[in-house]
Every structure is written in structure tokens, then in C-alpha cells.
Design a protein around this ligand. Structure first.
Ligand code: AMP
Ligand code: MG
Length: 404
């Protein structure tokens, strides 16, 4: 047994295993290189430098509605309309008691006014405006500096640049942004039964699909996939491909980590002086999942069954890739949902089963034939995540869900 040879006996819960991954990779303090990208190419990348507000946001009190700028103390009542401020125009008028200035959403609120009455709540005749509304001072006005004061830190390095972060950078005038370079992730599938895509498989062979699901997962997680040729279940070739893989920032192997006679991955890694942090996790699919480090490079030996490879990547390898890529806080996209029907399991393992979350927020596991059933995973939009101590869930009971 591989685990016994390596002296690792304790199987970890998935939470402990994930914490172990995060702790080990963080402790290695790998500082990624930077690159400068135009803003339009920076979406999805990881910010490498802090971003600061270049002025107060908003720089002047701003109207949040179309309507009339007034003094709250004058409400309700009749007003003389003394002017207009359009969005994009300086507000160089003043509102005196009993006066109103017509104002648009996004316009600066003129001096003297402290409140905006929505146009829908007014009646206008000539230069007179009437309203029956009494409003608290400041209603519909965004005061100067409420969103950010000049110089304030508004984005931390290590944050993933989603569309809101890109908008924030645009609003402070950042046209070129420093991001971390994508980590290069080597992908090495192992198994005598595997053939490459262009080869027509014999009945006893299958096409290598794990390298391609992993490549897609790596890219989605912000890495650059380096797909190596398939390694047969033979020590020397596996070793020479591992040597190639160790030139990248992270190495992902699939297959060859169970207890089978030809599962040679751990032995091959051992010859590189590998340190193994765990090689069994109490999950299904994905129980024989290996995590370690060799020659300074972290690696995962992911179990070969396609769904096992996919799940182990999502919960373990992705966290490592993200930390190596400079992400400050890798997150698992977990939430809770109610089960549509009862669910039973044999306790002991946290299950990550392909499931569908419907528009009402109810969760149903999709039927599957086991962790080799790739088609079942494509029918799922989530994973049901079970509590390893629970044997039964009732219909309507809350259960954890992970996004797919
Ligand atoms: P292993 O972990 O090597 O024992 O493989 C477990 C199962 O996953 C076997 O049925 C393999 O044929 C299958 N498998 C292993 N590697 C791959 C791969 N790269 N693509 C598709 N299936 C695989
Ligand atoms: Mg195998």
C-alpha cells in the first residue's frame, strides 16, 4: 500500500485537507511575477498592487434622483424654481429658503440645498413647484466622500478582478493595471489504458479525458495549462515526465494513486525526494488524493476516475493554484439549499455528488453510475455536499451545495 510505504496513515477530513493545502502553500511564500495589462484585458486576473481613490467619491454631493434640490426644513410646501443643474454641469447656483433647483440623477447638488424631492412627488406649474412630501435631511443625496475619501485604499492586491473591480479601477482612471502572471500548471495523466485524442481506442482502451478537464479547470482558475503526454504505468517514463512537470509552478497528476499493483505515481514522486502531506481524504469521489512537494514544487496526485479528478481539483488543487497565483483569499463556492427529495448515504465520507439546483432553489442529485460517469457531471450544475456524520436527510432539509 502506497500510504503505508510513505508512512502516512491518517486520512483527513476534507476541511482539514483543504486547510493543510492552504497552510503549506501560503507558508512557501511564492511571490508571483507581475505583468502590466490594459484594463480591457485584465478581467479575471489577480491584482498585484493596491489601488487608491484619486479624489473623494463622490467629489461633490450628488443627486441620486431626478427631481428638485431643496432644504429639508422647507418641506412640505411650495417653492420657487430658480434654476436647473444638468448632469455634467457645475452647480454654480445657490438654494435659499423657499427655493428649489431642478436637478438630474448624477448632478452636483447646489450649495444651500441638502435634500432632493423626486420629480414623481412634485407638481410643477411655471416656475412654481409644490410637494406634500416631508423628507429627512439628506434624502436622495450622496454626500461628498461617502463611497471613498481621497487616498483611501479601495482594492487590495490579491483580489480577483471581476467586473465590479474593473469598473472601480476605471472610475479612478487606471487604464493599465499590474496583475500577477498566470501560474504554469503541468498536467500529467497516467495509465496504460489511455490513448491521446487522435488515436482510435481499442476496446480495452479509453481516451485521456482528465488532461482536458484539468486544463479547462486550470484556465478557469487563472492558470496556464501545460499538458504533458500521457505516462504509461511504467516507472522510468513516469519519472522523466514528472521531471518535466516539476519545471512548472504546480504539477497535477491524474491516475495511479490508488492501491493497485500498477499505481506507481507516489513511488515515482518519491524518487524526487517528495514530501507527502496527505494521500487519503475522507471524501467521495476522490478518496485517494495525494498532496505533496518535490524540489520546491507542489503537486497533487488526483485519483484517475474522471469525477474524482474534477472534484479534487475544485476543492484542493484550485486553492493551491490560486495562492501560487497571488490570490489572497481562495474561496470555495459553497452555499446551502433544501433537498427536493430525501437523501441517504453510508456515513463516514463527505460526498460531493453531481446535483441540480432548480429555479426554486431545491436540490436534486442527478442519477449517476459512479465516478467514471462524466455525462452525469455535465447534467449537474452543482455538487451536493453531505455531512459525513449524517445517514439520512429528509425532503426539505437544508444541505450544503458547491457550485460546479
Ligand atoms: P486509477 O486512478 O489510475 O486507478 O484510474 C481509475 C479509473 O479512472 C480507471 O477506470 C481509469 O481508466 C480511469 N482514468 C484514469 N485516468 C484517466 C484519464 N486521464 N482520462 C479518463 N479516465 C481515466
Ligand atoms: Mg491507472
Amino acid at each position: 500500500m502506497a500510504a503505508a510505504t510513505l508512512g502516512i496513515v491518517e486520512a483527513l477530513s476534507f476541511e482539514k485537507a483543504r486547510s493543510e493545502v492552504l497552510a503549506r502553500v501560503r507558508a512557501a511564500r511564492m511571490i508571483p511575477h507581475l505583468e502590466i495589462l490594459p484594463l480591457e484585458q485584465a478581467g479575471g486576473r489577480v491584482l498585484a498592487e493596491p489601488a487608491f481613490a484619486d479624489r473623494d467619491y463622490p467629489p461633490e454631493p450628488r443627486s441620486m434622483r431626478d427631481g428638485f434640490a431643496v432644504r429639508a426644513a422647507d418641506l412640505p410646501g411650495g417653492f420657487t424654481v430658480v434654476g436647473e443643474v444638468r448632469a455634467g454641469q457645475p452647480a454654480n447656483c445657490r438654494v435659499e429658503p423657499g427655493e428649489a433647483v431642478e436637478i438630474m440623477t448624477g448632478s452636483s447638488v447646489p450649495a444651500g440645498a441638502d435634500t432632493v424631492v423626486m420629480i414623481e412627488h412634485t407638481t410643477v406649474t411655471g416656475d412654481r413647484m409644490e410637494t406634500t412630501k416631508a423628507l429627512e435631511m439628506g434624502t436622495n443625496v450622496n454626500p461628498r466622500g461617502r463611497d471613498a475619501m481621497a487616498g483611501a485604499l479601495i482594492l487590495n492586491p490579491g483580489c480577483r478582478l471581476g467586473y465590479a473591480e474593473i469598473a472601480l479601477l476605471a472610475s479612478i482612471g487606471v487604464g493599465e493595471v499590474a496583475v500577477f502572471k498566470r501560474p504554469r500548471v503541468a498536467i500529467l495523466a497516467t495509465g496504460d489504458e489511455l490513448v491521446e485524442l487522435e488515436v482510435r481506442p481499442e476496446p480495452h482502451q479509453i481516451r485521456n479525458s482528465n488532461s482536458w478537464s484539468l486544463a479547462a479547470q486550470v484556465v478557469r482558475a487563472g492558470g496556464e495549462a501545460v499538458v504533458l503526454p500521457v505516462a504509461p504505468d511504467e516507472l522510468e517514463t513516469t519519472k522523466s515526465l514528472i521531471a518535466e512537470g516539476l519545471e512548472c509552478d504546480l504539477l497535477l497528476l491524474s491516475g495511479g494513486v490508488s492501491a493497485g499493483k500498477y499505481d506507481l505515481v507516489e513511488k515515482a514522486l518519491d524518487s524526487f525526494g517528495a514530501e507527502f502531506f496527505f494521500d487519503r481524504v475522507l471524501i467521495q469521489p476522490g478518496q485517494p488524493c495525494v498532496f505533496g512537494q518535490a524540489q520546491g514544487v507542489f503537486f497533487f496526485g488526483l485519483p484517475g476516475n474522471p469525477a474524482s479528478t474534477m472534484v479534487c481539483f475544485e476543492i484542493f488543487a484550485k486553492a493551491a493554484l490560486e495562492v501560487i497565483g497571488g490570490v489572497a483569499e481562495p474561496l470555495l463556492p459553497m452555499t446551502c439549499a433544501q433537498l427536493k427529495a430525501p437523501f441517504r448515504q453510508k456515513p463516514g465520507l463527505t460526498r460531493f455528488l453531481p446535483a441540480r439546483l432548480d429555479a426554486e432553489g431545491l436540490l436534486t442529485p442527478v442519477g449517476w453510475s459512479g465516478s467514471g460517469d462524466i455525462a452525469a457531471v455535465t447534467r449537474a450544475n452543482a455538487y451536493l455536499v453531505s455531512d459525513p456524520e449524517k445517514a439520512e436527510y429528509a425532503a426539505g432539509e437544508w444541505i450544503k451545495v458547491m457550485a460546479r
